[in-house]
Design a protein around this ligand. Structure first.
Ligand code: PHE
Length: 454
């Protein structure tokens, strides 16, 4: 196939498992373990999960395939990719919005990732021991509101992200993801087992799995859509960028399905680990941003060898965060390298500096009486809402419209490895139907609905 020499020069993922590990590494992160439980907790539990899964399968996976196709066809960053496929048009702005979204997400993401590093320290020094629910909540609140410690951890986290991205594709991103993701998976399953054997576990399970349809309103649907985009790393060019490193022999739909399934499985497992404990220890599922940080230490306190589990858990949460943050940083870095001819090292330093600047504002917005509030909402939540619920779905909408209506069909068939001279297989027709009609209409109607248009 074409572009092969270009692939070799640019760096690529070495194996199929490497691709899956890197893409799943991007998808699985704080979004699954920190964000999914608390958003589900605030938006109706089971009802949220149901809407989330429907949207994930119906539009998440097809958008993922679309992004991979754009990336692999052009072997470029999101801006460069649109420039090649639609020269002299405005489509490149979709890529630019993606790069901006990466900076915004990396900013607030590194705040939470920094929290996980502090929680590793707390676990190592056994500081959860004997703390009750209220003390654990205070511990979290005091820590996030403090002026220095969260900043220290955030800088350290971004520094680690930076080192991995500087090492490049196969030696950096792929190498780490391949080993660390499977370990995280095993650990979550162990936590689920402990949580399920707590008193009152059934109540938590029923909260997560029994949908109360009266809870489903336009806000729940918008939040679920935002969560699908955030959790699968969609709509902002991460997967265009990763697609550009995927070798031609790899089957894109297979990767997309495996990554989507892994991602939703981890989110559900995180829910199973957390909600039974929420009810067992008398927390409310609507606890918010601090949910995993205050509930899980209680689970660790209640289990044999809890300290070891706590150390491992927060360590792996940090790892899951880093395999996602490298994918965010890589979008910005690939853009700077290719569009401005910068060296990888310089591009990485520039990208991380901009993200850190905004990131510090996010972290400081948790201080009491912080000046970093917009209309009563802290800067952290503003960036989170803006990216998940507006920028990523909008980017996703543009991407499916582009692939469905603008991109040459021969490109799509080539990327899906379908012979254009033979009749088109049913699954390809179905996929194209989703990309052309279902996905755009679904995203558009969720948008209009949440704006109160109908
Ligand atoms: N998907 C990641 C997570 O769930 C976050 C992310 C979003 C990463 C967008 C890259 C792009 O934690």
């Amino acid at each position: 196939m074409k572009n092969l020499s270009n692939t070799e020069k640019r760096g690529s993922f070495g194996s199929k498992f490497g691709v899956i590990a890197a893409a799943a590494g991007s998808a699985v992160g704080l979004g699954n373990i920190w964000k999914f439980p608390y958003i589900a907790g605030q938006n109706g539990g089971g009802a949220f999960l149901l809407v989330y899964l429907v949207l994930l399968i119906a539009i998440g996976a097809p958008i993922m395939i679309s992004e991979f196709m754009i990336g692999r066809e052009t072997r470029k960053n999101p801006v460069g990719a649109f420039k090649i496929l639609a020269p002299t048009s405005s489509w490149k702005w979709v890529g630019i919005m993606g790069v901006i979204a990466s900076v915004f997400i990396l900013a607030f993401y590194s705040t939470v990732a920094g929290w996980t590093l502090e929680y590793i320290r707390l676990a190592v020094t056994n500081q959860f021991l004997n703390l009750d629910s209220e003390s654990l909540r205070l511990l979290f609140q005091n820590f996030t509101a403090s002026p220095t410690l969260p900043i220290f951890w955030q800088i350290l986290f971004l520094f680690l992200t930076c080192i991995i991205v500087m090492a490049g594709i196969e030696k950096g991103i792929e190498r780490y993801a391949k080993y660390l993701m499977p370990i995280l998976f095993i650990l979550i399953i162990m936590l689920c087992i402990r949580s399920l054997t707590l008193p009152n576990a059934a109540k938590g399970l029923s909260f997560l799995f029994n949908p109360d349809f009266s809870k489903i309103d336009s806000n729940v649907i918008l939040r679920a859509l935002g969560q699908v985009f955030f959790s699968l790393s969609l709509g902002m060019g991460t997967l265009i960028t990763y697609g550009s490193y995927i070798q031609n022999k790899v089957k894109l739909p297979e990767i997309a399905i495996k990554v989507s399934l892994t991602d939703s499985l981890v989110a559900i497992l995180a829910g199973i680990a957390i909600f039974p404990a929420v009810f067992a220890f008398g927390f409310a599922p609507t606890e918010g941003t601090g949910l995993v940080f205050v509930v899980l230490p209680q689970v660790f306190n209640s289990m044999p060898m809890g300290q070891i589990f706590a150390i491992f858990f927060f360590l792996l949460l940090a790892v899951a965060a880093i395999t996602s943050s490298i994918s965010l940083l890589e979008v910005i870095v690939a853009y700077l390298i290719e569009e401005y001819n910068l060296k990888r090292k310089l591009a990485t330093i520039i990208s991380i500096s901009i993200s850190l600047f905004l990131g510090l504002i996010c972290t400081m917005s948790f201080a009491p009486n912080s000046v970093f509030m917009i209309g009563g909402v802290n800067f952290f939540d503003v960036l989170d809402y803006l990216t998940s619920n507006i920028m990523l779905p909008l980017g996703g909408l543009c991407i499916v419209v582009f692939v469905g209506w603008r991109l040459n069909k021969s490109v799509i068939l080539r990327q899906l490895e379908v012979n254009p001279d033979k009749s088109i297989p049913v699954w390809v027709k179905g996929l194209l139907f989703i990309i052309r009609y279902i996905a755009p209409l679904a995203i558009l109607s969720v948008f209009l609905n949440s704006l109160g248009v109908f």
